[in-house]
Design a protein around this ligand. Structure first.
Ligand code: NAP
Length: 305
């Protein structure tokens, strides 16, 4: 009998935990590859791996339905040489070893979904579908290396899908929590010029897109994983204040964002000042229906008590 099993490599984080709950509720068995302990928790099997070498974890791929790889050292840090190396290597190594493990499996999953990011298009206000040109900054370089490694090994029996993920809005992690906290403290002003675009997606739609990609055999190749209407930062912060019933607050000028990012948040200011204006052209063409296209409804849903 073929198991209805989903493997989430790097599934212990923000997106993986949400996907695990989502697919568990649909009756899937969930296996998470983690650098942590092999343990069963909340009906989820956590299996130890190092994300770079073959091991006993490979056995779990046999007869599974789908493999989703979300592994990667967070980009939310100062991009010094060591961190850049870790960001790239954690991604490349995991993709490479998963490709190898699939090639050796007798009955591998039929679909392999690999995380990438809309950052591949660079910092731009131009509208980007999947055919848009790529950027030339560090985040774009990371995505190109990630995707090239994914496609490098040909696995004819496997459907390969790249998820170029946007800014995922969820209750339990990601950017929304700190933004909502700052807004409640009266610090929810426009960031920088406010003209930069935020290509957001409700986490429920992220999980629905995963499900659609697994169940629909026509889904293959690169997909923008984002809602249909990106917001400028000015619109986003205004909507957030409205939903949280907070009054207008003063804009935060670019130089203050840069100082705050480096010395207080210990991260790159580009994460707040950079722009991605992307649409999910290929998902829409495939007949996928996005549930949350309205930012006010999305934020109200996620921030309700
Ligand atoms: N969240 C977003 O809005 C967003 C947007 C665009 C792209 N993405 C991409 O989507 C993926 C998942 O995002 P997320 O928000 O769920 O990230 P996350 O919460 O940081 O989870 C990533 C997981 O990767 C594993 N990991 C971290 N550093 C590693 C390393 N050096 N070597 C091997 N494994 C490592 C960790 O699992 P263990 O500690 O259990 O091993 C961690 O739970 C990431 O690749 C991210 O770049 C996310």
């Amino acid at each position: 009998m073929i198991n209805k099993t989903i493997i989430l490599a790097g599934g212990s984080g923000f997106l993986g935990q949400s996907a695990a709950d989502f697919f568990k509720a649909s009756g899937y068995k969930i296996i998470i590859f983690t650098r942590g302990q092999t343990i069963e928790k909340n009906n989820i099997q956590y299996v130890n791996w190092d994300g770079k070498t073959l091991g006993n974890w490979c056995d779990y791929l046999e007869n599974s339905t789908a493999l989703i790889n979300l592994t990667g050292r967070s980009i939310n840090c100062i991009h010094n040489e060591q961190n850049k190396k870790d960001i790239i290597e954690s991604r490349i190594n995991s993709v490479k070893i998963l490709n190898e493990a699939i090639a050796q499996a007798k009955n591998p999953p039929s679909v392999f979904i690999q995380a990438s990011s809309l950052a591949i298009y660079g910092n731009t206000t131009e509208l980007c579908d999947e055919n848009a040109s790529h950027g030339n900054d560090f985040p774009a370089e990371v995505c190109e290396k990630w995707e090239n490694e994914f496609y490098k090994k040909e696995l004819p029996q496997i459907r390969k899908v790249i998820f170029r993920i946007g800014l995922i809005l969820g209750k339990n992690g990601g950017a929304l929590k700190p933004l909502a906290k700052l807004t409640k403290l009266g610090l929810g002003g426009t960031i920088g010029s406010g003209k930069q675009f935020m290509s957001w997606l409700h986490i429920e739609d992220f999980n629905r897109m995963l499900e659609f990609a697994i169940e629909n055999p026509n889904i293959s190749g690169n997909y923008n994983v984002v809602s249909s209407k990106p917001a400028t930062n000015q619109e986003f912060m205004q909507t957030l204040r409205k939903v949280l019933k907070m009054p207008w607050s003063p804009p935060v000028p670019e130089f203050m964002v840069k100082i705050g990012a480096r010395f207080i948040m210990k991260t790159e200011s580009n994460l707040a000042l950079g722009s991605q204006n992307c649409i999910p052209k290929r998902f829409l063409e495939s007949g996928f229906k996005i549930k949350y296209t309205n930012l006010t409804e999305t934020l109200s849903d996620l921030l309700k008590k």
